[in-house]
Design a protein around this ligand. Structure first.
Ligand code: ZN
Length: 197
């Protein structure tokens, strides 16, 4: 398409609906209870964009100065497959699946939260290197759920008239993916399990 003089195409991350603190906690609990189920069906999740972009809202990877984003379950699975955001559980030495990590690239200080596959506990820990978070954030940014929007500058400012012209509403060119809720994702995985038996 040819763009007009006042038109630009922008990309915006598709955000999930806002959740209350209680809903966020419930989703993390669901992750804890269903980690095995999710790992078992990772191929199914990775193959479907609406499942890929689902997951708890509170799974976030970020770095000071570089920003942060919510990490969809598909991105977490890909990171875990590469042994990124994986650590050892300090309680039982089981595999710790980290779903949230952040820190400062300057000081190297970082914090991560994960779920242990063996003792099922939530564990807060620090990763041996900030490079792990950097790599994870890079991978996350490459797989963000983005929508493409055509923006037209209809309004402008002039000293004589102040704000002039009429605002032109954005046009969504590509809406991005609408992920299923985390609960729905788990329902589908369970259903898949029963159908196979
Ligand atoms: Zn453990």
């Amino acid at each position: 398409m040819t763009l007009g003089e006042k038109q630009t195409i922008i990309e915006k991350e598709v955000l999930l609906p806002k959740q209350s603190r209680k809903e966020k906690a419930r989703d993390l609990q669901l992750l804890q209870e269903n980690l095995e189920l999710i790992l078992k069906h990772q191929d199914m999740i990775l193959a479907s964009p609406e499942l890929f972009h689902s997951g708890p809202v509170d799974a976030v990877i970020g770095l000071i100065y570089m920003g942060g984003h919510r990490a969809p379950i598909g991105v977490l699975l890909r990171l875990w497959q590469q042994d990124l955001l994986m650590a050892l559980c300090p309680h039982c030495a089981g595999r710790l699946y980290i779903f949230s990590a952040g820190g400062s690239p300057l000081s190297g200080i970082n914090r991560a939260t994960g779920i242990c596959a063996s003792c099922k506990q939530f564990v807060r820990t620090g990763l041996p290197s900030i490079g792990m978070v950097l790599k994870a954030l890079k991978e996350l940014k490459a797989s963000l759920n983005r929508q493409r929007i055509l923006r037209t500058r209809g309004q402008y400012f002039s000293f004589k008239d102040g704000l002039a012209g009429e605002p032109v509403p954005d046009v969504i060119l590509e809406p991005g993916i609408t992920p299923v809720s985390f609960e729905e994702l788990l329902c589908r995985l369970k259903q898949h399990d029963t159908e196979k038996q």
